[in-house]
Design a binder for this molecule. Structure first.
Ligand code: NVA
Length: 358
């Protein structure tokens, strides 16, 4: 087993130095810089009915129509929570960057609150995901100033090269890989369907937004130094893997016991990891979870060998993390969760201190 206890000794690893702005290869090394999303002007994404039925909670299906903003009080509270998260991170020495405000009402888009979905940071590369949802085709515009700056400072930007004009929704036919809402007519993947485990390993899943040619597209983008291994969570509504598995450090991960078991992970890069079931989330009615299951509770952000961000009211998650030797940092985030994600979704780590890959 490769579990390194969270004692802090790994912080002594070599830092790449300030010259490289983008440098992150796993989900757990000490966080130095990240993007925190903004909730302003978020809209319910208007996607094909089949897609919405496959991925969104039934009681909210009717909301996913064109021109429907999320309730203003939820957006305002979510923005306050994102500002609170930014302040907390800055108080711990993390440099926080924010996307530029975009009026999604005008563009017909969704949000800039979830930077994790559109970009995979691997080493010094920012890889743009060819997302399946047409409502997300202009999301890059919120991040362009940051990407320009990172490129100028030496990061490698890999645009998806896939046109959003080519829809990949199924028209009543089955996908070759299962009953997904998209077919394989063009590469599609969301970055939140993948997790970086360091040492050239990325794990991910096929889902309603990630198809087989999307996985090949990602493999090509990453090149021969990386292995992309597909996990198979039991999740008929699969869209984003970061409420099914949460790596805490090398050799230690939380898993969603409704979707994964250690047995299911036997023939994967996690076969020799310590795998701990995440606590079953408590029932909640307000604010509503418009876009996710309650398992959004395990969408954590690891700040380093000691600290993990946890929703302020989640006592069970805090207790578990303390048992595992971590110090949970409580941060109010329930309104952000209403918009479709928690700490992992609402951030994009740009730089973690650790060995430079390669
Ligand atoms: N689709 C997942 C959330 C992923 C962040 C779920 O609803 O559990």
């Amino acid at each position: 087993m490769r579990h390194h206890p969270p004692t802090g000794e790994r912080t002594t690893r070599r830092s790449p130095g300030p010259a490289i702005p983008v440098c992150s290869d796993n989900e757990w090394d000490p966080l130095e810089e990240c993007v925190v999303g903004t909730a302003r002007r978020s809209m319910f994404p208007a996607e094909d009915e089949r897609m919405i039925r496959a991925t969104m909670p039934r009681e909210h299906w009717h909301r996913f129509v064109a021109g429907n903003p999320f309730p203003a009080d939820i957006v305002d509270n979510a923005e306050r929570e994102l500002d609170g998260l930014s302040a907390l991170l800055e108080s711990r020495g993390v440099r926080v960057r924010r996307p530029r405000p975009v009026d999604w009402t005008e563009l017909g888009g969704y949000t800039a609150a979830m930077p994790r979905d559109g970009f995979l940071v691997v080493g010094d590369r920012i890889v743009e995901a060819p997302m399946a949802w047409r409502s997300r085709r202009d999301e890059l515009s919120a991040y362009l100033p940051l990407i320009r700056e990172y490129r100028q400072d030496g990061a490698t930007w890999l645009p998806s090269g896939v046109s959003h004009d080519s829809a990949c929704l199924l028209e009543g036919t089955a996908s070759p890989d299962g009953d997904w809402a998209i077919n394989d007519s063009r590469p599609a993947w969301d970055a939140a369907d993948f997790l970086r485990l360091g040492e050239g390993i990325v794990v991910g899943q096929l889902s309603h937004v990630t198809n087989r040619s999307g996985v090949e597209h990602l493999r090509e983008r990453l090149g021969p130094g990386y292995r992309v291994h597909l996990l198979e969570p039991d999740d008929p509504h699969a869209m984003h893997i970061d409420a099914s598995l949460c790596p805490l450090t090398e050799g230690l991960a939380l898993y969603n016991p409704d979707r994964l078991t250690p047995r299911r992970l036997r023939h994967t890069p996690l076969h020799d990891w310590r795998l701990v079931p995440a606590p079953v989330p408590k029932h909640r009615t307000w604010p509503p979870l418009y876009m996710t299951s309650p398992w959004i509770s395990m969408n954590l952000l690891v700040l380093g060998p000691e600290h993990v961000l946890v929703e302020a009211e989640d006592d069970d998650m805090c207790a578990l993390l303390e048992e595992l030797g971590y110090r949970p940092l409580r941060c109010p985030f329930r309104h952000v969760q209403s918009l479709g994600g928690s700490f992992h979704c609402a951030t994009l780590d740009i730089r973690r201190r650790g060995d430079r890959p390669g």
